[in-house]
Design a protein around this ligand. Structure first.
Ligand code: DX5
Ligand code: ZN
Length: 230
């Protein structure tokens, strides 16, 4: 099953509770699987967004579980606080973590899914042996920092290689893509083996964000075909 995670980076930050409700399901119609929350510290990336207090408030404002993507330095120090704030999944960057195994174990021990992200220039191969410690691997399909950037097609081989490693080890972990995912790029990602799709501008830039979520999910599932269970 393909999962669609709208990114609130493209939502109205003064009305986050309402923006979350715009992608919730209703009357048996599935909505967003997770709400993607981009945390930026103006050091790891040249942009600044929000921290644990906003995550805590958002947690109370919606039933959609929160997928926190930490684009920050020193995730070893800060990531556990996002689990405490209510995140159901916490993603730290491989490039920023001092001790990724210890950090992933700490996130899991605190009760959230542990996930690691790779910037476009970071290869997956050095992390093969770490995969069993993770619940999800995020392959960035833009340079992190901003919404609305063009999808990097050159990341498709990395998505494919990551899917092969996950399958080779027989792991249940998810493979997420983030950046430039839209109606015109999601099929390529699904064919390459991604099963969790972050979409910011493609969802919140649409007239009906909930309909955009459903359309993206349908496209991803059709492109993945019956062979992949996700
Ligand atoms: C970029 C963020 C993304 C961003 C995606 O650094 O990590 O989650 O919100 O936005 P779109 O889908 O517009 O590329
Ligand atoms: Zn993100």
């Amino acid at each position: 099953m393909a999962q669609i995670n709208p990114s609130i980076l493209s939502a109205d930050f003064a009305r986050l509770a309402e923006e979350a409700r715009r992608v919730e399901g209703s009357d048996g119609v599935a909505g967003a699987d997770w709400l993607h929350v981009d945390v930026m510290d103006n050091h790891f990336v040249p942009n600044l967004t929000l921290g644990p207090p906003v995550v805590e408030s958002l947690r109370r404002a919606t039933d959609i579980p929160l997928d926190c993507h930490l684009m920050i330095e020193e995730p070893d120090r800060w990531a556990p606080g996002y689990v405490e704030a209510g995140a159901g999944s916490v993603t730290f960057h491989a490039e920023a973590a001092a001790a990724p195994v210890r950090l992933a174990r700490e996130i899991r021990a605190k009760g959230a899914r542990a996930s690691m992200a790779l910037k476009p220039a970071t290869p997956i191969e050095p992390y093969e042996d770490l995969l069993p410690e993770l619940d999800m691997l995020l392959v960035m399909t833009v340079e992190p920092g901003f919404g609305g950037q063009a999808f990097l097609d050159i990341m498709l081989p990395k998505i494919r290689r990551t899917r092969q490693l996950i399958d080779k080890h027989g792991l249940e972990m998810w493979l997420q893509v983030d950046g430039g995912v839209s109606a015109s790029t999601i099929e390529r990602c699904a064919e390459a083996g991604a099963d969790v799709f972050v979409a910011g501008s493609a969802v919140y830039g649409a007239e009906d964000p909930a309909a955009a979520v459903r359309a993206l999910r349908r496209q991803a599932e059709e492109a993945a075909g019956p062979g992949r269970e996700g």
